[in-house]
Design a protein around this ligand. Structure first.
Ligand SMILES: Cc1cc2nc3c(=O)[nH]c(=O)nc-3n(C[C@H](O)[C@H](O)[C@H](O)COP(=O)(O)OP(=O)(O)OC[C@H]3O[C@@H](n4cnc5c(N)ncnc54)[C@H](O)[C@@H]3O)c2cc1C
Length: 192
């Protein structure tokens, strides 16, 4: 996997395009704002001829940090009928994972624990953004999921999401508010 602004064909790719494991441009690994060729010139964070996974991760991370800083706003609009990019896929996946954790049993059976472990450990194998999947796999190795209870799983997932937030230059989330965000809604009733 590598990141480059030049494909094997002669057609130049938008700056910051991430290549997948097959060496081809990987839409689902790239933010739409970086996939769309901008009309004005922008600095690229991708380096041609540095074709390793570390470079791809550095490039994608720098681009996400740029997005977190609000850069590239003119390239952020994306129609609802379009396939997901790395950001919309991420938001949907976090929504699914945090909501699933929020409704996980307080006292899960051994079978429920095993299913949850299978779900989480399958992500590094199946998640379509390949550099995200590799990164998550390493995190699961370093800090294995805690599936002993609803509270433990929600806390583990919140901490894992925060690790990704930090890597991408995004603010961390207050994990004391994870139930409010994903299950109960705010106390002011604005989501009731
Ligand atoms: C497993 C996984 C790995 C990923 N790896 C990468 C990667 O390597 N590179 C990359 O560019 N992108 C990666 N992404 C996508 C990235 O994490 C974001 O989803 C994407 O950049 C969109 O970010 P966002 O700012 O819209 O909010 P998101 O980070 O998608 O968060 C969605 C919402 O969750 C809430 N939230 C935020 N943090 C927490 C938390 N700690 N606990 C609970 N709730 C929280 C907030 O309300 C936020 O609006 C990954 C996504 C997933 C699911």
């Amino acid at each position: 996997m590598s990141a480059t602004n030049q494909s094997s064909s002669t057609r130049p790719l938008p700056p910051g395009t991430v290549l997948g494991p097959d060496g081809k441009p990987c839409k689902i690994c790239t933010s739409f704002r970086n996939w769309k060729l901008p009309t004005s010139s922008r600095a690229t964070t991708a380096s041609p001829n540095k074709g390793d996974a570390a470079q791809a991760m550095a490039s994608a991370t720098a681009l996400a940090a740029s997005a977190a800083a609000g850069e590239g706003d003119t390239h952020t609009r994306r129609s609802a009928h379009c396939p997901p990019d790395v950001e919309s896929l991420g938001r949907a996946t976090w929504t699914f994972l945090h909501t699933t954790a929020a409704y996980y049993p307080e006292s899960p059976t051994p079978t429920q624990r095993a299913h949850m472990l299978q779900l989480l450990h399958s992500l590094p194998q199946l998640y379509p953004c390949s550099h995200c999947a590799g990164d998550l796999g390493a995190r699961l190795q370093r800090r294995p999921p805690d599936v002993r209870s609803r509270a433990a799983l929600s806390a583990w997932l919140c901490a894992t999401h925060n690790e990704v937030n930090v890597m991408l230059g995004k603010p961390t989330f207050d994990c004391a508010r994870v139930d409010e965000r994903w299950k109960d809604g705010p106390k002011d009733g604005s989501c009731d």
